[in-house]
Design a protein around this ligand. Structure first.
Ligand SMILES: CC(C)(COP(=O)(O)OP(=O)(O)OC[C@H]1O[C@@H](n2cnc3c(N)ncnc32)[C@H](O)[C@@H]1OP(=O)(O)O)[C@@H](O)C(=O)NCCC(=O)NCCS
Length: 183
């Protein structure tokens, strides 16, 4: 029903207005949020901002957005392909419940999204970024065929621990991906 993508263990679907509790459960774990905001996202913010924004992207950018991921045991988190403002370039991201870490789901979903970006959506470049100290996320990027491009620094009024090491950009272009860098 309304499937966006399937992998051997994951099914990705659009979120709906009924999915508030799934997002609340995901963003309530400080460890999940450690390199994002450093704290759980308040329920009203998810209801009033996060979920409406997710639904809006489906309308404004057909084929892109944030998609809930389920295994046969249920919800495990989300994967996303977001517009970047640069035509032909999308940003891939992921956020999983801690109980779903260490099973290869993030890499499996990210590889499928990158393949979909090139073969299904006709994109030319896929990028991903995270804090330099988010090694789990960097490992997912590397295993998914994205390549390290640069470290950059952003100003935050209330920086998270580790911000001093900067943010990292990973990317893969169509030619590199087609040449087999994703294998
Ligand atoms: C980033 C995040 C998705 C990474 O999750 P992860 O579980 O480490 O990554 P994967 O799903 O690719 O799993 C890889 C691990 O599963 C293991 N694994 C177990 N079974 C596996 C299988 N069948 N196939 C592949 N790997 C498997 C791998 O050996 C690896 O173990 P390791 O971490 O000990 O090296 C997760 O930490 C997260 O949601 N963090 C919070 C949100 C966040 O920071 N998002 C990124 C912001 S940009």
């Amino acid at each position: 029903m309304n499937i966006y993508l399937e992998t051997s263990r994951l099914v990705l679907r659009r979120f709906t207005a009924d999915d508030l509790e799934l997002l609340v459960s995901l963003d309530s774990d400080p460890e999940v949020m450690r390199f994002l905001t450093g704290q759980p996202t308040p329920r009203p913010e998810i209801a009033d901002v996060v979920l409406p924004e997710i639904l809006k992207v489906y309308d404004e950018h057909p084929g892109l957005g944030t998609f809930k991921a389920e295994t046969r045991d249920g919800f495990v988190g989300w994967f996303g392909l977001q517009p970047t403002g640069v035509p032909g370039t999308v940003d891939v991201g992921y956020r999983l419940l801690r109980s779903a870490w260490g099973k290869g789901y993030a890499t499996e979903g990210t590889r499928a999204l990158i393949a979909h970006a090139f073969t299904g959506l006709g994109m030319e470049r896929v990028v991903a970024d995270t804090m330099a100290v988010n090694h789990r996320s960097r490992d997912v990027m590397r295993r998914s065929g994205l390549r390290f491009e640069k470290v950059y620094h952003e100003h935050f009024d209330d920086p998270l621990p580790g911000t001093e090491f900067g943010e990292v950009l990973y990317a893969v272009d169509r030619a590199t991906w087609e040449a087999g860098a994703h294998e």
